[in-house]
Design a protein around this ligand. Sequence first.
Ligand code: FAD
Length: 374
Amino acid sequence: KTYIVIGAGILGASTAYHLAKEGRNVTIIDRGEPGQATDAAAGIICPWLTQRRNKAWYFLAKNGAAFYPSLIKQLEEDGEKETGYQRVGAISLHCDQEKLAKMEERATVRREDAPEIGEVRQLDQQETNELFPLLSEEYASVHVTGGARVNGRLLRDALLNAAQRHGASIVKGNAQLESSGEKVTGVKVGDTRYEGDSIILTAGAWAPELLEPLGIKLSISPQKAQIIHLMLENTETGCWPVVMPPNNQYILAFDGGRLVIGATHEDDHGFDRRPTLGGMHEIIDKGLTVAPGLADATYLETKVGFRPVAPNFLPIIGTIPGYENLFLANGLGASGLTVGPYLGAQLAKLAAGEDLELDPEQYDVSGAITDNIS
Ligand code: FAD
């Protein structure tokens, strides 16, 4: 049996890796979209402190975070040294003692069935500042030692390299589906035709255009995100924790003084790839309010990516109704680096006809198919 995976962001890369590792025949097709979400993302893995109450979402996020250590170990065994993942811990900031106490309580309760959270502890202003020296001195925090950061691009590449080592092949180009009746018979890239028994769509925010020729309208929309990279000269930042401020922005530190602050959430901007002054202003303003010490950082670049958003911000996974051999997952939204590797492993199982750990009815694809064009 042959498998074609269309789209090599975090989701497609993980799906392809897990299929290839099982010895299956896999072709991955990607057209190198410059707004790929995975490429722009930098990468908080810390889903336990959120107030979001949706159980189906939390199931994915919790399992996604727990999946990382074993995946990283497997990739290292496959010879991938640079996976971009590091458990540096996370601090969630607040000035309000009561809010901090509630946050600590939430994390401690969730820890009962998510030991990967690690230690949960409140830190006072001074302890918080010692962990991340650029912060305004007014913040205390809740420290979660199991929080991690991941560089989406490095992890994607590690998964793709390892998939290739297990026999997968990668094709660069724009994929189009070929169908006959209610079956997808193959995929065309330019003049070349690829035969696949199972076709797997992991095309992120661009998935709707792939399905349109079949008369299927998929309601996945792009949410534009701008994110800024900075350099802190002569400072070793590799061990600094992820910072989650009370506003919806975050600060991540990587090796060698690289810092990332962001990101915007811009709906209704389509696929507009421009970094804008308004977007950058919002990020810088919020960043400096939380961490005045950023003022001396060197500006490096602004990246733009498009988060794929499904109805109700809940990821979807399943078979396209009416097409037995056409599989899809999508809608990873703002937590796709957390959820993507795990959901990719599940999608690989679905396409291979194996049992899933999750209940597919909770993430039903048909809920995102609004209309049948034909
Ligand atoms: P993508 O990564 O967008 O990949 C889709 C791929 O499909 C692309 O490579 C494209 O080239 C390909 N494709 C599409 N159509 C075709 C076609 N017809 N033919 C061939 N190829 C095609 N998540 C977190 O968990 N934590 C974070 O801190 C975080 N921060 C983020 C910050 C930013 C700035 C952004 C943009 C996202 C962030 N996310 C975060 C979310 C996460 O990055 C996304 O949810 C996730 O990367 C989506 O992955 P994907 O594989 O579904 O899509």
